[in-house]
Ligand binder design. Structure first.
Ligand code: 16G
Ligand code: ZN
Length: 551
């Protein structure tokens, strides 16, 4: 029996399992922080196994519950290139988390080792971080114990308090250190200087007015403060004019309370207690700084610029730069050098929550391809990888732009015959550095939006006017068992209950420009109803009618 068995058993006894069933959902395990000690210990074990299975590549562990209340926490594992844990290992994660006794946990570990064909003699490397939640340090201690229990020789790096995208960045950097194109220096300073340098290469003049940033009283405020220092030190501080709000990371209970990106998107109103002057520019980050939405007030009305609007802005920006750069097409792959050159493909990936107007605008005006995937970053990220320039955003403000190796190579090889072409090529190169290639990143996206607006000389109302959102509404419904609701067709329909889907279809058919779907949440014990229609009254009626059917 491996030497780790005794350490696992002894460690596990210190962190007794206090719940029936933990599920590894769209964003890992997420629930009340007080019931997570055993889960963190066990995810320490799993992270070591994952790294060993990958022959000692670095894997990441992020301790966060994102936009959830402060009393919640969570944990998710990050793959070597900064991606979400692969699905087969989500199953292993649940098996470890739900092993009932210490002995059962030892057995579950052995089962994973056998199923994944792991050589326990392989080295293990794990990097981890937590957001600002008060439960973070305790949960990190549980995690560290699990890492040691599985293999005392595990090489570890604790980043302390960090944003989720920063952790993803560092994982990718650690694994590409010896690659032809390393992703960056694997620490916070490297992350910030990469962003600051790229931003300085894209923006040359200060913005017309400051951008107010609601930091949700979370880790985003620390990262934004550090970014400002980095920009100042580089002599480019004036290029980013931000006013940081909701920065009370040490105030108990303040995190995400009546503020942050999720609050603003869901309620379609500003964070509580902040006064928005007509025309002021605002944005909100979420609790781990991987989401952002923008907003302003016009004629007394609150106007939201959500993930769909960011996707469109990013696509327009990149499309303009590509047009200006006039890059010579490349063969589809290097191996294919003799084949016909193919222009770069550009596509936008969305979910069912994308506003119908956004999708129509992308298709009919921008004439770009759109893809709809199920909710959850891993699905969008995967679909975006099919394009040379894959823009993906959830309406809730999580997203990024992925550039294929072919696109990056082309930007770096191209010279440009005219100053305009050269400038566009330099800007495209800078964008591949500015935009986090591992996961949606609120801070990177903030800089992207500022750069895109500066490039197009657009103010918020110009951006907003690209297309007009259809009125939309989201409702949470508590049901006896949300697992009875089985989504299909990228969450746009239910396979079960079939009768409910029939009724939704009937109600939608009676509603001008109506669209509606119901799906079980992956993060809360509810089902979500989304409705949109031509008018607010129709939207409200449609949402209500569907809720009535569910009850
Ligand atoms: C998680 C997902 C997010 C998704 C949200 C939906 C990741 C990293 N995060 O936060 O992408 O929008 O869940 O929540 O995948 P829901 O299933 O409760 O509607
Ligand atoms: Zn988040």
């Amino acid at each position: 029996r491996p030497a780790s068995d005794a350490a696992i058993s002894a460690g596990s006894a210190l962190y007794p399992r206090v719940r029936e069933t933990y599920t590894y959902g769209t964003a890992g395990f997420r629930t009340l922080a007080e019931v997570l000690d055993s889960v963190l210990f066990r995810m320490g074990l799993l992270a070591v196994l994952r790294s060993k299975a990958l022959h000692g590549q670095w894997v990441g562990v992020m301790v966060t519950a994102s936009h959830n209340e402060e009393r919640d926490n969570g944990v998710k594992l990050v793959e070597p290139m900064g991606e979400m844990l692969v699905p087969a290992w989500e199953v292993y994660a649940a098996q470890l988390a739900n092993a009932v006794t210490d002995a059962a946990l030892v057995e579950a570990v052995a089962a994973v080792v056998a199923a994944a064909g792991i050589d326990l003699a392989q080295p293990a490397r794990v990097v981890y971080a937590a957001d600002t939640r008060p439960s973070g340090p305790r949960l990190i201690a549980c995690l560290e114990h699990g890492l040691r229990a599985m293999d005392a020789a595990t090489e570890t790096r604790g980043l302390g308090v960090a944003t989720t995208p920063e952790l993803h960045y560092v994982v990718c950097c650690l694994n590409t250190r010896d690659a032809p194109r390393p992703y960056g220096q694997p620490d916070r300073a490297g992350y910030l200087s990469k962003l600051a340098t790229a931003f300085g290469g894209l923006v040359t003049t200060p913005p017309p007015s400051p951008l107010h940033v609601d930091c949700a009283n979370g880790v985003g405020s620390l990262a934004m403060t550090a970014l400002l220092e980095t920009l100042r030190a580089a002599g480019t501080g004036a290029l980013l004019d931000v006013r940081l709000m909701n920065t009370a990371t040490a105030t108990p209970g303040a995190l995400n309370r009546d503020c942050g990106a999720d609050f603003v998107k869901f309620h379609q109103k500003p964070p509580a207690g902040l006064r928005l002057q007509e025309g002021d520019r605002w944005c909100s980050l979420d609790g781990d700084a991987d989401r952002i939405v923008f907003y302003y007030v016009r004629d007394g009305a609150f106007r939201l610029l959500d993930g769909d609007k960011i996707a469109v802005l990013a696509a327009v920006y990149i499309r303009d730069l590509l047009a200006a750069a006039q890059l010579a097409p490349l063969p589809a792959t290097a191996a294919d050098a003799a084949a016909t050159p193919q222009p770069l493909t550009v596509g936008i990936v969305q979910t069912a929550y994308a506003n119908g107007s956004a999708t129509a605008y992308i298709r009919d005006v921008l004439k770009l391809q759109t893809v709809c995937t199920p909710t959850g970053v891993k699905h969008l990220h995967h679909a975006a990888q099919a394009f040379d320039v894959g823009v993906y955003f959830e309406a809730n403000g999580h997203g990024t732009v992925l550039f294929s190796p072919r696109a990056v190579a082309l930007f770096h090889a191209a010279a440009g015959a005219t100053p305009a072409q050269q400038a566009a090529i330099v800007a495209l190169r800078a964008l591949t550095d500015l935009i986090n290639q591992t996961v949606g990143d609120a801070i990177s996206d903030l800089l992207l939006v500022e750069a895109a607006l500066a490039h197009a000389r657009m103010a918020f109302p110009d951006w907003d006017a690209l297309y007009t959102d259809l009125p939309n509404r989201q409702v949470k419904v508590r049901v006896a068992d949300r697992h009875q609701f089985v989504p299909i067709k990228a969450d746009t329909e239910l396979a079960e209950p079939a009768a409910l889907q029939d009724q939704i279809r009937g109600l939608v058919a009676q509603t001008p420009q109506g669209r509606c779907f119901v799906r079980p949440s992956g993060t809360e014990d509810v089902v979500r109803v989304y409705a949109e229609a031509q008018t607010v009254a129709d939207t409200v009626r449609l949402a209500q009618a569907v809720c009535d059917v569910i009850y």
